[in-house]
Write a protein that binds this ligand. Structure first.
Ligand code: 1CP
Length: 369
């Protein structure tokens, strides 16, 4: 194998557009970088075609397919970052749980955790390279295939969000089963959260070793916790993940990468999140840009937060909403995004209008005539 093998995490092509990374690190940018959560997704006809008739998790296990799906939105839109196509639920699979994609229902665990004793069924020591090596290979292949166009973001679910899926067995409106554990079995809950934390740390470090240039931690179910439970069952793990990932990257002589935390609906904890060791705080659309800025100071870069449903609006309206959002966040220490992922019925054309509006208005705001 020569040094440029697409499956070797070395000799990557030089990065041509580092706007996203500079904004993440708090450096000045000449325009506002933009990417979209779920930019590789079912709203793209080419995504539906590639995914057709294939099992979702089989797709996740194919580095070639993950690479192709990651690149698809970049062929259409001048996005400033790519995010590796995968899913947060590959981590519970690595712990030994079965997760299947049920058409029309979503990801489902046939045997969710019911009793505290069920924790013993989980692998207590996970060989992350063995269980999740396919994600690392997908990252390496994609980083080579990107040809340095934009940086590649790696990601993981955060411990509480993964715990909630492992107990609920799938999506849930109330999270009642998972929250029941927090109230009735706090010690066992902490044991599970610690197990997840340790696997996530190794998983994220492995992603950087494979070629990821930034990392995002998804605490998508933060809003189901109130401030007290967030402080007890989510925040300490979010903090520990940033600290341990950074320490390990340094110890293993890997490049330091910016880390993003997206704790959906956790604006009650914004001040604490701003001090949790992340360079970037991802925001959902329920908080006003100015308020988020005031509450986080200038310690962190903010990312977000247009209501994804705003993309149903006519294109001119999208432009107006983007302009207002950019004015609210200001020109620096900011990465534009939606406040959550794109939905399958959204129009690619409107996604394009969103991306273009960010680039146009953000340049205009810097040099008003
Ligand atoms: O068949 C399909 O294509 C299913 C749709 C789909 C897609 C496109 C799922 C199932 N996962 C994904 C990819 C995915 N998931 C990415 C790819 C990269 C990109 O953003 O372009 C990412 C980052 C995720 C992360 C993810 N998966 C999250 C965190 C983000 C969020 O939405 O809050 C969560 C909660 C999941 C679980 C999941 N996977 C899939 C679905 C439908 C769900 C939600 C299930 C539920 O709660 O009901």
């Amino acid at each position: 194998m020569d040094g440029n093998s697409p499956l070797r995490p070395q000799d990557f092509p030089a990065l041509k557009n580092d706007t996203f990374l500079r904004a993440a690190r708090g450096e000045e940018t000449e325009y506002t970088p933009v990417w979209c959560m779920r930019q590789a997704g079912r709203y793209l006809p080419e995504f539906r075609e590639t995914r057709a008739a294939q099992d979702f998790f089989a797709t996740c296990r194919s580095p070639k397919m993950c690479c192709e799906l990651t690149l698809q939105p970049l062929r259409r839109f001048p996005l400033d970052a790519a995010i590796i196509f995968s899913d947060i639920l590959v981590v519970p699979q690595a712990l030994g749980m079965e997760v299947v994609m049920v058409p029309g229902k979503g990801p489902t665990f046939p045997e969710p955790l019911k009793e505290v004793e069920d924790l013993l069924k989980l692998r207590q020591k996970v060989d992350v390279s063995e269980e999740l090596g396919y994600v690392f290979q997908a990252i390496t292949l994609t980083r080579h295939s990107l040809e340095g166009k934009v940086p590649l973001i790696g990601f993981s679910g955060a411990p509480w969000t993964l715990m909630s899926y492992m107990i609920e067995g799938g999506g849930s409106n109330t999270m009642a089963k998972a929250k029941r554990w927090l109230y009735r079995h706090p010690e066992a809950s902490h044991r599970l959260l610690q197990l997840l934390r340790d696997v996530i740390v190794e998983y994220l470090v492995g992603q950087v070793a494979a070629g990821a240039q930034a990392l995002q931690l998804f605490e998508s179910h933060a809003g189901h916790l109130g401030p007290e439970q967030f402080r007890e069952f989510a925040l300490p793990y979010i903090r520990a993940i940033a600290k341990h990932v950074k320490n390990k990257l340094q110890a293993e002589a890997l490049p330091p990468v910016p880390m993003i935390v997206f704790a959906k609906d956790a604006h009650y904890a914004l001040e604490e999140l701003a001090q949790a060791g992340y360079e970037v705080i991802g925001l959902d659309w329920t908080i006003q840009p100015q308020a988020a800025r005031e509450r986080t100071g200038h310690r962190v870069t903010l990312q977000g937060n247009l209501d994804p449903c705003a993309l149903y609006a006519p294109k001119e309206k999208i432009g107006e909403l983007v302009k207002r959002m950019l004015e609210g966040f200001g020109t620096q220490r900011y990465i534009a995004n939606l406040g959550h992922g794109l939905y399958p019925d959204m129009s690619p054309e409107h996604v394009g209008a969103f991306v273009e509006a960010v680039h146009t208005h953000s340049r205009h705001l810097r040099t008003p005539d």
